[in-house]
Design a binder for this molecule. Structure first.
Ligand code: IPM
Ligand code: MG
Length: 356
């Protein structure tokens, strides 16, 4: 099968982790006789440096014309002083919006091999946990009006939080659909004791749940969810939530499962098109030192094969290779523990390729 992948290496550790994911994809091509071509697209800091803005129209059009987008990470201290609309992160928000990627799937799974990296006690870990954060990605606080104005000589910052029922309905449907392919349990997370947007969220999620009698639904306030994630993470299957809460809870879920360096993600629109990226950031402190964990990006590439290209067997191959590599004891610094073999980003990529 021929596929054209838009490649956004991005900033910080972005280029190194993308290189390892491409290595793995090329190994899959060899094994299954596929032909993947890669088109480089600039976004974030690298785009600011080259063009003055975090995402150009041409870059967005190139991404749109591809079969899927694979992204490293964006941002870094170099661009921290830039105004909001010229920050690297704005490129990420623009591409999510520009490609209508409203559904962000972030699987958080505790590999038995990584039990030692889990910060929770043994009796809480038990036989591990496996959850999926389904995060709304193109609405809410991230996309409301952001402004700082002076009112009567006092600076006032405003960020508006808006959700329409349509935006809530389509992500809720996604959440229930994926739950059907898992353990059929949805926890809908909101702050309906305070926010109108959350009260609408709850109402629409309950309406949608009527069409999924086989899936159980639990409502949970976001502060309670933050607590439950460390108290009893086993209770979660699908965590369905809005943009801002999903950002925060997915970082928490990732740490609970060992390291944010393991957490992949898929951002999907109504079709099979998607953007695939690790959930972690650009880690500028270790950039260029061959220390980064490429696994989240490699697992994101596997999600790309499964969700956008219908290559289930190929995706399984990658996931099993990652698991085998962990069983063999290879670890990057973020997941290293006693009696494991400490490797760099490149060696980790090589070890995973060798297991495909
Ligand atoms: C993420 C990141 C982004 C977000 C940032 C970089 C804008 O934290 O993908 O979780 O908040 O969505
Ligand atoms: Mg985040």
């Amino acid at each position: 099968m021929k596929k054209n992948i838009a490649l956004i290496k991005g900033d910080g550790i972005g280029p190194e982790i993308i290189d390892e994911a491409v290595k793995v994809l090329n190994k899959i091509c060899d094994k299954y006789h596929h032909e993947f071509s890669y088109t480089r697209v600039l976004m974030g800091g690298e785009s600011i440096d080259a063009t003055g803005i975090p995402l150009t129209n041409e870059a967005l059009e190139t991404a749109k014309a591809s079969d899927a987008v694979l992204l490293g990470s964006v941002g870094g201290p170099k661009w921290d002083h830039m105004p909001g609309h010229l920050r690297p992160e704005k490129g990420l928000l623009s591409i999510r919006k520009g490609l209508s990627l409203f559904a962000n799937l972030r699987p958080a799974y505790l590999y038995p091999q990584l039990k030692a990296s889990c910060p929770l006690r043994d009796e809480i870990i038990g036989d591990g946990f496996d959850m999926l954060v389904v995060r709304e990605l193109t609405g809410g606080l991230y996309f409301g009006v952001h402004e700082t104005v002076e009112e009567n000589g006092i600076l006032v910052a405003k960020d508006s939080l808006i959700y329409t029922e349509e935006e809530i309905r389509r992500i809720a449907i996604k959440g229930f659909e994926v739950a059907r392919k898992r353990r059929k349990h949805v926890t809908s997370v909101e702050k309906s004791n305070v926010l109108d947007s959350s009260r609408l969220w709850k109402k629409i999620v309950h309406e949608v749940s009527q069409d999924y009698p086989d899936v159980t639904l639990v409502d949970m306030l976001v502060d309670n969810c933050a607590m439950q994630l460390v108290k009893d993470p086993k209770q979660f299957d699908v965590i369905l939530t809005e943009n801002m809460f999903g950002d925060i809870l997915s970082d928490e879920a990732s740490m609970v499962t060992g390291s944010i360096g393991m957490l992949s993600s898929a951002s999907l629109n109504e079709t099979k098109f998607g953007l695939y990226e690790p959930s972690h950031g650009s880690a500028p402190d270790i950039a260029g030192q061959d220390k980064a964990n490429p696994i989240a990006t490699i697992l994101s590439a596997a999600m790309m094969l499964r969700y956008s290209f219908d290559m289930d067997q190929e995706a399984n191959d990658i996931e099993q290779a990652v698991e085998k590599t962990l069983t063999q004891g290879y670890r990057t610094g973020d997941i290293a523990s006693e009696k494991t073999i400490l490797v760099g980003c490149k060696q980790m990529g090589d070890a995973i390729c060798a297991n495909i």
